[in-house]
Design a protein. Structure first.
Length: 693
């Protein structure tokens, strides 16, 4: 059988290796096909990536320029709000202009202040323009007219040198209306060269890509590769050069679009990504250009790397396939061993009894959780130790060990041992030893099965005790029954003697005592017979509240209850009907009421209440609750279990069978009775009964 299974697994293994070879060849061919398709689709992906990169560069550059100017304009707004600027205190004004100039890290060429007539009264760094009138300048007129911050158009100061002027009005409140009035302005001159160096020059796309800037009027402001175009309108340039292929590009830039376009200028085809930015009320644009030939060269370089990568991938696939085919045999064997061992260990660990595997030197090779739990040790602590140390706490091997029989005869052996582990409680166990190999050249490993007999021994002992008690109960019931008949005769005779007129007072007193004690003894025998041979419940559907009302009507007429006792009731209005023994339920209530009456010495309260509830879960089970509570003497909580035992009573004249009968009836209905008592304050008895529908 083992030979057949071995060759069947080898055939499976050979089939797996062949499949792996075919899969490896398929992957290599498929890689070549996918590489060809990928090469065709890669052109579009590279161009899309290049487009995205150019647009992002254009958008980031435009956003950077706009933020750069907004930050300077914010400084001007802050400067214009200082009181020193409004009063025109010359030393303070110079100091503040210098402070803001140094703060902006020389991004600004000049900070200066013009009065309401347009005369420059302060400037930093100092310049010969101080004292000149700039009222004719457009930015001064626009600022005075709008009373709002203003950014001028690009101003060409000299050849290839352009500037921007940012202004903010100085407003003061004058007159009764306190409307703001123009009192000059704070201005900052920004060199376009600074914008070129900071934002345009760093643009590098492909090898010779560059960026350039155009204002809202279509004038080229910055162009690093063609400086002759700076300051000239693109429409004029296109008309002179006849480059109609750029017309669409400039039209879209003037509209403020963000996109990419292809154009040809001086017989060179380029890609240009453009994005707008706000310059006050003007809309300027930044363009990022790169020659198409460089993009194609970039793709060629990428394709060259792709070929190297493809060759490497094919080599890796072939090498991996060969490696997998060489290792699969070993892996397959190891996995089969691990799977078999894992399944075996799962079976062993799921067993409710203990097991272990022993080496020929009596050391434990493997043990399941139940063994370790029973002897109070960890699984890892058990492994590697001698069995007689772990299970018996001995320093030497046992004399009557079943292992000897298994090793000597090569067959299973069993014995019952009393194990005394040093780290746990002693217990009885049935030990079964089975050899794991049949080789006679060396001692085999032993499978040792341990069956915990503690519960069985305890149950057997309880069963024996129950049989003894049942026998004693039957004998006691028989004796009580036999005693009952002569006791009745004695009681009848004494009753006749009591009625005889031929006795003196002393004889009559003795007769009364005998009659009383005989009646008490007859009552004890009667209750004992009921307890020893209880009648089976005869359940019927009835309402427990009706039974309580009926009994309470009788109780309220008895002199031993009223008027010294006050009886209250709190009966649930929605209490459902239940299948219970009506007579036995009445007996429970009577016994509890009498017990409460006897616990109250003078005056007190007895309260009877009912309720019901349903337990949670998919199968909801309803239960009835009846509670009898008194304000009597109570008892010590240590007697909570003793009071339900037969013949146990806390009263001097009590028989001790009432609560025992109550508990017996409750248990016969599969119910539970609970008691809570506080010495000197009273007791509360609660009966829980299942509602059988």
């Amino acid at each position: 059988m083992r030979y057949t299974i071995f060759h069947r697994d080898i055939r499976k293994l050979s089939l797996i290796i062949c499949l792996l070879g075919l899969v490896t060849l398929f992957l290599a061919v498929e890689t070549l096909i996918l590489a060809s398709e990928y090469r065709n689709s890669m052109v579009k992906d590279v161009l899309d990536q290049f487009y995205t990169q150019q647009i992002n560069v254009a958008r980031q550059t435009a956003a950077g320029i706009e933020k750069f100017l907004v930050d300077i304009l914010r400084d001007l707004k802050l400067l214009a709000q200082y009181p020193q600027m409004k009063t025109g205190e010359n030393p303070e004004t110079d100091r503040m202009l210098k402070q803001f100039y140094e703060k902006d890290d020389q991004d600004v060429v000049h900070f200066y202040r013009l009065d309401r007539e347009g005369v420059m009264i302060d400037i930093y760094p100092p310049s010969s323009a101080k004292g000149e009138n700039f009222a004719h300048r457009n930015y001064f007129q626009q600022t005075r007219k709008s009373l709002k911050p203003h950014i001028s158009r690009f101003l060409q100061v000299r050849e290839h040198y352009w500037t921007l002027v940012l202004t903010c009005p100085i407003l003061i409140d004058r007159g009764p209306s306190k409307t703001p009035q123009f009192d000059g302005l704070i201005a900052a001159t920004v060199s376009v060269e600074q914008i070129r160096n900071r934002f345009i020059k760093p643009i590098t796309v492909a090898q010779t890509g560059y960026g350039w800037l155009m204002d809202s009027a279509g004038t080229v402001i910055i162009h690093p590769t063609h400086p002759e175009m700076e300051g000239r309108n693109v429409q004029i340039l296109l008309g002179e050069a006849g480059e109609n292929k750029m017309k669409d590009l400039f039209i879209r830039m003037e509209k403020g679009e963000t996109n990419i376009s292809r154009y040809t200028y001086h017989d060179i085809t380029k890609y240009a990504a453009f994005s707008p930015f706000r310059l006050g009320d003007q809309l300027c644009s930044v363009a990022v250009c790169a020659p198409v030939n460089e993009v194609k060269q970039y793709m060629q370089n990428t394709f060259g790397k792709e070929r190297i990568l493809l060759a490497f991938v094919i080599f890796v696939i072939l090498g991996s396939g060969v490696t997998v085919m060489l290792l699969v045999r070993r892996i397959y064997t190891m996995r089969m061993e691990e799977r078999s061992r894992g399944r075996l260990m799962e079976i062993f660990h799921s067993m409710e009894d203990g097991f272990c595997i022993l080496r020929p030197d009596f050391r434990i090779e493997t043990a399941n959780r139940m063994v370790a739990k029973r002897i109070g040790m960890n699984e890892k602590e058990v492994v590697g130790h001698e069995c007689y140390r772990v299970f018996m706490g001995r320093e030497s091997r046992c004399d009557d060990c079943p292992l000897d029989e298994t090793w000597n005869r090569g067959r299973p052996a069993n014995a019952q041992k009393h194990l005394t582990p040093p780290s746990g409680k002693a217990f009885s166990a049935g030990v079964l030893t089975i050899p794991l190999t049949r080789s006679k050249e060396e001692r085999p490993y032993i499978f040792c099965y341990l069956k915990d007999l503690t519960s069985e021994t305890r149950l057997r002992r309880k069963l024996t005790q129950s049989k003894k008690l049942a026998t004693v109960g039957e004998m006691a019931a028989g004796i009580a029954h036999e005693m009952r008949n002569p006791l009745i005769s004695i009681r009848s005779a004494i009753e006749m003697l009591r009625e005889s007129p031929h006795h003196n007072e002393e004889e009559k007193t003795l007769a009364d005592i005998i009659f009383k004690e005989a009646s008490q003894l007859e009552k004890v025998i009667q209750e004992f017979l009921v307890y020893a041979q209880p009648p089976r419940p005869e359940p019927a559907l009835f309402q427990l509240n009706d039974l309580i009302e009926e009994i309470l009507r009788i109780v309220m007429k008895r002199e031993d209850f009223v008027p010294r006792l006050q009886i209250e009731k709190a009966l649930a209005a929605d209490l459902p009907e239940a299948y219970l023994d009506r007579r036995q339920m009445g007996q429970i209530l009577w016994n509890l009421l009498q017990n409460a009456r006897d616990a109250i010495p003078l005056r007190g309260l007895i309260k009877i209440s009912t309720r019901w509830e349903a337990a949670g879960g998919p199968h909801r089970r309803k239960s009835l609750y009846m509670t009898v509570e008194d304000t009597g003497q109570g008892f010590d909580e240590t007697l909570s279990e003793e009071i339900f035992k037969p013949f146990f009573s806390t009263k001097s004249d009590g028989v001790g069978m009432g609560l025992a009968l109550v508990q017996q009836i409750v248990l016969s209905h599969e119910g539970v009775i609970q008691v809570e008592s506080v010495l000197g304050k009273g007791s509360q008895f609660t009966v829980r009964l299942p509602i059988v529908s």
